[in-house]
Design a protein around this ligand. Structure first.
Ligand code: AMP
Length: 189
């Protein structure tokens, strides 16, 4: 199995931009479960109908549903050929366990924690001035992220594949740090 890389980072950490750059350099397929669910909502599929209310309330879609979606996607030929950058999955340790089962012996190659302090991401989100970016909403989303992600960091740490990358600095500086870590990890696969 080619590389399976998981990227974790707060909203406003620059994760989306860096994920695009990583995929452009390494040819990984980008799988964002949030994007897949939004597409399903848009298309009005059965999955979309189920997911919409849950997503609108800011809750997590059930593990069974999301695990089935990812299992199917990861088995497709493009990912089997090029590897995958998982964005937004896993979100729970049950999903992480399922991912390990899906992948078998090797497990995920690398989990990157793109670290940008809460104060910095809050400033960035307030500065972009989107309608849903009130100080309260930002604080709530970050709190949820913390609650969701802390156990996952421990899970990946335990598997020995967690690397934390300093997300402060210019886009190029952060990308260079990410690329160093990916290069190290991929040559030792
Ligand atoms: P995101 O774009 O990753 O923030 O995801 C948007 C929404 O989709 C989340 O708030 C959840 O409701 C749902 N979602 C995305 N990924 C997952 C996941 N791995 N497990 C459960 N729900 C998810």
């Amino acid at each position: 199995m080619p590389p399976v890389v998981v990227i974790l980072g707060r909203q406003g950490s620059g994760k989306g931009t860096q994920a695009e750059r990583i995929n452009a350099r390494y040819g990984f397929i980008h799988v964002s479960t949030g994007d897949m669910l939004r597409a399903a909502v848009q298309a009005g599929t059965q999955l979309g109908l189920k997911a919409k209310a849950v997503m609108d309330a800011g809750n997590l879609v059930g593990d069974d549903i999301i695990i089935a979606i990812v299992a199917e996607r990861v088995g497709e030929p493009d990912i089997q050929a090029h590897g995958v950058l998982l964005d937004g999955f896993p979100r729970t340790t049950a999903q992480a366990d399922a991912l390990a089962n899906i992948l078998g012996a090797g497990g995920p190659s690398l989990a990157i924690n793109l670290e940008v302090p809460i104060e910095t991401v809050t400033e960035r989100m307030l500065a972009r001035g989107r309608g849903d970016d009130t100080a309260e909403a930002i604080a709530r989303r970050l709190e949820l992220y913390e609650a969701e992600t802390a156990p996952l960091l421990a899970w990946f740490q335990n598997k020995g594949c967690l690397r934390t990358v300093d997300g402060l600095g210019t886009e190029d500086e952060v990308f260079a740090r990410l690329a160093d870590i990916i290069d190290e990890t991929i040559t030792t696969l």
